[in-house]
Design a binder for this molecule. Structure first.
Ligand code: HEC
Length: 213
């Protein structure tokens, strides 16, 4: 038993997953319509050239309440029912990066650390002493510094990049689960219903017992 505990404790200290977690900047996403709208805006400018969102449709944005004129500007010739796919072909991506940029529809669920991982990755770019770009959470990444964190020198510029990253992650987190808010509201209704039902049944029980006594 002692040996088992020792192995467990040791495992906690040497596990790389724990080491990774420590580097992540923890964030809470803001899935209000305004934050998501800002997030899509930045996403379309800074990410959509390379990354697709094949499970997200322009109509989903409209259904959520995002400004219709903005959606028209983003989708261009695509229909409202079209998925938000990127224009970059796999061949072109392979030529430029030697890798195909992953679809981001489910990315906040796909990586350990979720939203915090994505945020930390986007703001994790820095310049090495040799003048190369690297990334704190994914050092060997083939993706360029899309938001320009490595070139942001003063605090105002850095917080601007952080705000953009936060909005993008809020949008991607909403996109990975567009019905979460509805589910939560439904959950509250169900719990309220169960509490009322319990009280009613309790009263019925009291009434029945009072007759038996
Ligand atoms: C110039 C093309 C390009 C742009 C622009 C770009 N990416 Fe990427 N992205 C890539 C490539 C290539 C990869 C694959 C990196 C790798 O695995 O080495 C990638 C990977 C990723 C990953 C996965 C990282 C992982 O853990 O595997 C995320 C998340 C991501 N990008 C988000 C974004 C976001 C958000 C933006 C906009 C701010 C963006 N990307 C802009 C090319 C791009």
């Amino acid at each position: 038993m002692n040996k088992f505990i020792a192995v467990l404790v040791l495992h906690c200290f040497i596990s790389p997953a724990w080491a990774e977690e420590a580097k992540l900047e923890k964030i809470q996403v803001d899935t209000s319509v305004l934050a998501v709208e800002r997030g899509v805006d930045t996403f379309m400018n800074a990410c959509h050239g390379c990354h697709s969102l094949k499970y997200v449709h322009y109509r989903d944005l409209a259904g959520f309440g995002v400004n219709k004129d903005k959606i028209s500007a983003w989708r261009g010739d695509s229909t409202l029912d079209a998925a938000m796919t990127s224009l970059m072909s796999d061949d072109a991506a392979m030529q430029s990066f030697g890798k195909i940029p992953p679809d981001l529809s489910m990315m906040t669920k796909a990586r350990e650390g979720g939203n915090s991982y994505l945020y930390s990755y986007l703001i994790g770019y820095y310049l090495t002493p040799e003048g190369m770009t690297s990334n704190h959470v994914f050092p060997e990444t083939k993706m360029p510094d899309a938001l320009g964190m490595s070139g942001a020198t003063d605090p105002a510029q850095r917080s601007e990049v952080q705000a953009k990253a936060h909005d993008i992650v809020s949008f991607l987190s909403w996109a990975a689960d567009p019905h979460e808010a509805e589910r939560l509201t439904l959950g509250y209704y169900v719990i309220g219903y169960l509490i009322i039902l319990t009280l009613l049944l309790y009263n019925v029980m009291l009434a029945v017992w009072s007759k038996i006594k």
